[in-house]
Design a protein around this ligand. Structure first.
Ligand code: SAM
Length: 429
């Protein structure tokens, strides 16, 4: 989501005149920060990075500094108190207003702050995405209305709001006309999508997926992130009827303990989560499931943690992100009593990460010898003579090939692999 927002910031700036992206901050006339407040660590980083930008501004007084994203949304004008050299503060829902905010800053000589949530206006004002390789993100909804007790998102991005169906389909069409064939629909909880149709009806996420998959130029379809509470049977069934849907689903579980899940206000039990995975595997046996975990939620006991480890073994996750609980200001969990020592939490996190890594390595090892259809997305980061593509289960595979293959689907035989990256060789057709 943040990558998407950063790209959009670059798009709006480039669309409004004689501006171009530069590679080195020293060469920039405007520096924009896209910030994240999901955990404290990410938030702290903003202010240390801003300190460096301040030094640049001392050497180049005309330099403009903008702070966007969720820290900006949460702090608003308070950012100016801590960093008075900042010129523009904007939120995730007002990034399309950047050119105007910058103009106002230059005209008035005063810092500008706009962190409002102007409904879905943003999407009507964003320039069309320019892409050079065959894969693209399409944002279909914004915000979150789940109010999990640990999470800051509803306060920084606002409540769930879906883009109208026709707008999403039009964007996908434009992208495919530019050569995109793999589309990832994105949103905080994509499966909460409620899109308005031109005749005033509302359609759900399963309908949207079917409509996108029905476009002949779309060859592969992914979506992220889904909430376990809204994995409807209609959506699950699509894995049986829609081969274009990649065999991968990111489904954050957070914990395997019902007590912790209830305290998090997730709205499902471990059994209900497992039941969703079981239903998915009935219709798509090879589907890979990845997840998010929060370790050390207030009151998490050793028994709660063991329940999470048990769930990991039962589900067999393909890969996962795991985080130590970080109290976020204004969220209910930040006020909950938290007696677990930091060392105990870290030891749990390491145990969980080791287990997840071992399972992920097993999956990579099991892929050796198989032939995977991948979209060639990039030249490999390590070598100019190598290409990089993404397998259905979202692993990067590097293989020798020519740049002429960029944007095309090719078959690659997997040789070996680490947790996230595989090596392979082209299967000549
Ligand atoms: N909407 C998705 C959901 O809740 O299922 C996930 C969105 S969130 C941006 C990404 C991940 O960050 C969450 O799944 C969670 O694991 C992690 N996260 C969110 N708040 C956190 C907190 N206060 N401390 C630690 N991790 C957190």
């Amino acid at each position: 989501m943040n990558e998407y927002d950063s790209d959009k910031m670059a798009d709006v700036m480039q669309a409004c005149g004689d501006m171009a992206q530069v590679d080195r901050p020293e060469d920039a006339d405007i520096i924009l920060f896209n910030t994240c407040s999901i955990r404290e660590k990410a938030e702290d980083k903003v202010f240390s990075d801003l300190g460096r930008a301040r030094e640049m501004k001392l050497r180049k007084p005309a330099l403009l500094i903008g702070v966007g994203g969720c820290v900006a949304s949460q702090e608003g004008g308070a950012i100016l108190k801590r960093a008075p050299y900042v010129d523009v503060v904007f939120g995730p829902q007002t990034l399309h207003r950047l050119p105007q905010l910058i103009e106002d800053r230059l005209a008035s000589g005063k810092a500008q702050v706009d962190v409002s949530f102007p409904e879905i206006e943003k999407f009507d004002h964003l320039p069309a995405t320019q892409t050079t390789h065959g894969a693209a993100f399409v944002s279909i909804m914004e915000g979150c209305s789940k109010y999990c007790t640990f999470c800051v998102v509803p306060y920084t991005r606002g409540e769930e709001i879906s883009r109208p169906l026709a707008d999403v389909l039009r964007e996908v069409e434009k992208l495919t006309a530019q050569g995109v064939s793999e589309v990832t629909l994105i949103g905080q909880n994509v499966n909460a999508y409620q899109g308005e149709t031109p005749d005033g009806d509302t359609v759900d996420f399963a309908y949207l997926v079917q409509a996108v998959a029905a476009m002949p130029s779309v060859q592969r379809l992914r979506f992220t992130t889904s909430h376990p509470r809204e994995m409807t049977q209609r959506l699950i069934n699509l894995y049986a009827t829609t081969p274009k849907l990649a065999s991968h689903l990111h489904l954050p579980v957070q914990s395997g303990s019902d007590r912790v899940l209830a305290a998090m206000k997730r709205g499902y039990t471990a059994l209900e989560y497992k039941s969703v995975v079981r239903k998915l595997r009935v219709v798509r046996p090879d589907i890979s499931i990845t997840s998010d975990f929060i370790i050390g939620f207030p009151g998490e006991t050793e028994a709660d943690f063991e329940a999470t480890m048990k769930l990991i073994d039962e589900v067999g996750f393909d890969a996962s992100f795991s985080f130590l609980f970080s109290p976020r200001p204004g969220t209910p969990a930040a006020e909950m009593q938290d007696d677990t020592p930091y060392e105990a939490k870290m030891s749990r996190l390491h145990r969980l990460q080791e287990r997840i890594a071992a399972l992920g390595q097993q999956v990579s090892d099991g892929m050796a010898g198989t032939v995977q259809r991948v979209l060639v997305e990039n030249i490999s980061r390590k070598s100019e003579a190598e290409l990089a593509g993404r397998t259905e289960n979202n692993r990067v595979v590097n293989f020798a090939g020519s740049p002429g293959m960029l944007g095309r689907y090719v078959d690659v035989r997997i040789a070996s692999g680490t947790l996230h990256t595989l090596r392979g060789e082209l299967v000549l057709q």
